[in-house]
Design a protein around this ligand. Sequence first.
Ligand code: IMP
Ligand code: MG
Length: 173
Amino acid sequence: MITGTPFLSAEQIQEKVIELADKISRDYAGKEVIAVGILKGSFMFFADLTRNLDIPVFIDFVISSSYTRTSSTGEVSIHYDIREAIEGKNVLLIDDIIDTGISLNHIREKILSRRPASLKICVLLDKKARRVVDVPVDYTGFEIPDKFVVGYGLDYNNNFRNLPYISTFKKES
Ligand code: IMP
Ligand code: MG
């Protein structure tokens, strides 16, 4: 059986998104930024965040996967890579959640090897207690406990991504 408990409401998320977008717009004032979303998980957060940015924004994506069911495999594969030339540009990497940090670290290093002018990372959720690799995160929406969550882009086996809110999720047999 599948059970879910509401965790962050759509309103709480939208409030936080605007707060983050304001801060990012202030920090990048007078500059342009390439916003790179990590798919699929970030699609909803990415769309909400970028539409609230008040600076020139170029949009790009990376598709990666590192996750099977509810545990990290520790292996990261990139299925689709950034198409923009990022050398000398300001890159803002946007993801739904940082857990062990393995995926973001892998993508961060790939981007850094292309010598952007700057690279910052923005995540909606941070499960700090689970970190295995130290990754510098510049913008965090919510720090959350070590619970599996779904909704607002986050999935369990590709389900629940479309929910406008975030729920904790437990699979019971
Ligand atoms: P990391 O490499 O362990 O930091 O894993 C990051 C990725 O794992 C995220 O981008 C998500 O796709 C996935 N992930 C981690 N925790 C959760 C969760 O609670 N729910 C859904 N996906 C998660
Ligand atoms: Mg993800």
